[in-house]
Design a protein around this ligand. Structure first.
Ligand SMILES: [Zn+2]
Length: 100
């Protein structure tokens, strides 16, 4: 059974914060418009992978929020510790290795 872990999605944008952060346009996306996923019915996600730095981002289509993530077999592991940094960073121009 495919499960999705909504509890991992911690809202970044609290009331009063109006500016939505999105991954830098300097990344080179594998697919120009990203890949649409629906891991849980009615909760569509947009997945983007940069072919240069190998960073993954997912957008919660319901809220428009972006998250740094690592793809797993059936869902995504969200990278809260680097979320802010990844969303602020331009593409670092080299490959990101999740286990180093
Ligand atoms: Zn990149």
């Amino acid at each position: 059974m495919i499960t999705f872990s909504p509890s991992r999605f911690v809202p970044l944008f609290q009331a009063g914060v109006t500016e939505m952060r999105a991954p830098s346009s300097t990344h080179r996306w594998l697919l120009p418009n990203g890949r649409r996923l629906e891991l849980q019915p009615g909760k569509p996600l947009l997945h983007r992978l940069c072919t240069v730095c190998n960073r993954n981002f997912v957008q919660d289509s319901a809220t428009g929020e972006w998250f740094a993530a690592i793809p797993r077999m059936f869902d995504f592991e969200l990278l809260h510790p680097v979320n802010e940094k990844w969303l602020c960073d331009p593409c670092p121009g080299k490959r990101f290795e999740p286990n180093t």
